[in-house]
Each structure stands twice: as C-alpha cells, then as structure tokens.
Design a protein around this ligand. Structure first.
Ligand SMILES: *Cc1c(COP(=O)(O)O)cnc(C)c1O
Length: 403
C-alpha cells in the first residue's frame, strides 16, 4: 500500500533524539527564521498555540479576525479560544485560497487581524492582500495584522518572494503531517523586532517547561511514526487503525476537528528534542519541497484524468503540501485507489463555518465553495519519499480508472 503521506524520518532525525543539546530551541528558532528571510522566530508547542498566543500578546480581544472558511479548523479554534470572533471568507475554486474580493468586503471597524492561509501550498496574492489591508487601516484608523499561515506553504513564493516574509508575521505548524516536522511544535517568524519581543515576553510569562515524561513520550511517538509509515508495515498499520482501536491514539488523540479545544499540553514550551529534530529537517526542507513540486509536475503532465476530475494548477511558487484533486464521487475514487494499492487522502473534509461550534443555522447556504470542496477533494501522495516508480503506480491507477 502506498500511503497517502509519509514523514521523511531518517537516521539523522533518530540520532537527534538521543541527546538533544540544551539551547536547541533557540538555535532552531534562529535557523528557522533565517531560512524564511525573517529576523526572529518564536517557538511554541503547536501551530495553533502560536496563533492563540499571538492574539494575546497583541492584546486583541473581542475583535473580528478574518479567516478562510476552508482551512484547518485549528486556525478558527485559536481565534475563538482567544475570545475573538472568526469572520469567515469563502474559497475560490482557482487555487482554494480565500477570495480576496470577499476579504475586502469582510473588513469592518472590528477587524484586527487577517489570517491568510496559503492552502495546500498555493501562494495567495500577498500584494493585493497588503493593499486591501492598508486601505482598511486608513479607513478605520487602526492597525490590522496580517498573519501569513504557512503551515502548508513553508517555502512558497509569490512572484519570487517568500510569502512567509511578506506579512507582519508568519505562522507554521510542525507536526509529522507537515512539509517538515519537529515531532509537534509551531513557530511564529517576523521581521518586526518590537513584535518579536512582545511575543517572546508573553510566551516566557505564560508557557511552562514540558515534563521529562513528555520528552520521552515525544521520542517514542517519532520512532513509532517513522516505523508505522514504512511501506512494508503500512498495510498492517492501516488495518490496526481502521479495524482495531490500537493505534487510533497515534494520529487522532491530539486532534478532534469538531471540538473547539486544544490539547492539554498546549501551554508547554517546545522541547529541546523537538527542536533538535526540527534542525535536521530544516536542512532537508528545500530538497523535500523540490521533490514535492516534481511529483506535482509529473501528475499534472502525466495523469489522464477522468472527465469528472478537476486537476490543480501547476504554480511555480507553490509547495504542494497536498496534491488536491476535485472529483465527482469521492467515496468511489477512494475505494478504487485502495484496490489499486494506493491510499488517497480526504484532506480537510469539512468546511469550518459549517462545523458544530461555528454553524450559523440561519445561513446554511453561505460559503458554497468551502462546502463543495469539503465534499469533493482527494489528495494524491506527493511526499518526498515517494519513489518515481510509486508515483508511476499512482498515475497508472488513475489511467485504469479513466479507461
Ligand atoms: C497544521 C496547520 C496549522 C497548525 O497546526 P498545529 O497542528 O496546531 O501545529 C495551522 N494552519 C493550517 C492551515 C494547518 O494545516
């Protein structure tokens, strides 16, 4: 079975687990920020905790935060748990990012922040976003913060410029499903020194060191994940996960999409062992992203897509954290691929404003694109460890379906 994704955990990462040097977190922060042309990095336990902390460090409360309707639910949870309101904006069908016309319309005197997710690694138009935000700032007379959510788009570029360096601050998630990992973890990067000091001061006052037990558990988790996603054992793992409760903790326990809450350890500091793994992965990130783009290029050029498929565009500056295709009947496609030995994902199978904690029952027909995408997307494997021959097997499986 070709897995839908696979973390690229090698000998260096496992070695980094053995004896992480003290101060690894600071080193990781600096190296990470520098990689994305930012002067400052501040590390957290999760990406969601980083956004939640940012809102509080900026003393933003009871305000409107513009977020995509179609994105990872933790973004909305961070806004809600910091006692702010999500102002959702629907996706475009061109590249699944927020519709910037609707961002412009969503601006109000209560808007204090825009979270611009570069979904699936597609860079959104950071220049137009900046212009929209500047106009709103002039109209309402206060600062509106732009957060580039780069959790899918680490090295993504708009017109050659890293999107991570284009807003006020960039947000990254670093769990094993991301383009690189520090086991878990999140990061904020910025070129604004005053903002960096504010975030750091807030973090140091509110975040506590993680326990030694947790440091051990994190090591065990990475070893388990690295093993479980090896192709040779993956079939058995799927069985254990789908048909028995044994492994559900491995991938599900820390994230229940529909509940507006954070994992219990979200106010912990990033561990040195997480940062040590992150440093190894950071050095490999450019290679990972090159390989993902290469896979995407081959799919776009080589796939004979069935007539009810809509392929994603090839975008030069995109990072293809996921290779997302819209299909007519998702259940049928997932089953067909499974029979061909390929696991495809159903990434973001919800529309956030339609989720229980957010649903506005009076307006069930708003955000039609977000709802449609949540029901019709599948993602093909593009992880960097996917071999050329595995990629060809995916292409052949599609051709068999199209025939
Ligand atoms: C993963 C992710 C985050 C942060 O996730 P954590 O799991 O909290 O680290 C933020 N935004 C998007 C779009 C994501 O996919």
């Amino acid at each position: 079975m070709i897995p839908r994704f696979q973390p690229a955990i090698g000998a260096d990462e496992l070695r980094a687990l053995a004896s992480p040097p003290p101060g690894a977190v600071e080193r990781f922060e600096q190296a990470f920020a520098a990689h994305f042309a930012c002067a400052h990095g501040v590390a957290f336990s999760y990406g969601r905790a980083a956004l939640w902390a940012l809102l509080q460090a900026l003393e933003i409360e009871d305000a409107d935060v513009i977020v995509p309707a179609y994105t990872c639910s933790v973004v909305a949870h961070a806004v809600t748990l910091s006692r702010n309101r999500c102002r959702f904006v629907d996706a475009t069908l061109a590249d699944y990012n927020m519709d910037l016309d609707q961002v412009e319309q969503a601006m109000s005197p209560s808007t204090r922040m825009v979270v611009a997710t570069h979904l699936f690694g597609f860079p959104l138009d950071v220049d137009r976003l900046r212009a929209i935000v500047s106009a709103a700032e002039a109209r309402f007379g206060h600062k509106i913060w732009i957060v580039q959510d780069c959790a899918h788009a680490f090295g993504a570029r708009w017109k050659g410029r890293l999107v991570a360096a284009e807003g006020d601050v960039a947000l990254f998630g670093l769990n094993i499903s991301k383009s690189m990992t520090s086991i878990f973890g999140g990061m904020l990067t910025t070129n604004d020194s005053e903002l960096a000091s504010k975030i750091r001061a807030w973090r140091d006052a509110h975040v506590t060191p993680a326990s030694a037990t947790k440091a051990l558990a994190r090591r065990a988790y990475l070893v388990a994940a690295a093993t479980a996603f090896q192709n040779s054992v993956y079939g058995a793992v799927r069985w254990l996960q789908d048909d028995t409760p044994v492994l559900s903790r491995l991938t599900k326990a820390y994230h229940r999409d529909e509940v507006i809450q954070f994992p219990p350890d979200y106010q912990d500091a990033m561990l040195d062992v997480e940062a040590a793994v992150g440093l190894v992965q950071l050095a490999r990130l450019d290679g990972f992203e090159r390989r993902r783009r290469e896979h995407a290029r081959h799919y776009i050029d080589g796939l004979r897509a069935p007539s009810d498929w809509t392929m994603p565009p090839f975008v030069d500056g995109a990072t293809y954290s996921h290779f997302v295709v819209r299909v007519g009947d998702r259940g049928r496609e997932v089953a067909r691929f499974r029979r061909a030995g390929v696991q495809v994902g159903e990434v973001i199978e919800y529309s956030v404003p339609h989720m229980p904690g957010y649903a506005a029952p009076s307006e069930p027909n708003r955000f039609p694109n977000s709802r449609m995408l949540s029901e019709h997307v599948i993602n093909l494997p593009v992880h960097p460890t996917l071999s050329d021959s595995e990629r060809q097997r995916v292409i052949d499986a599609v051709s068999a379906v199209a025939a």
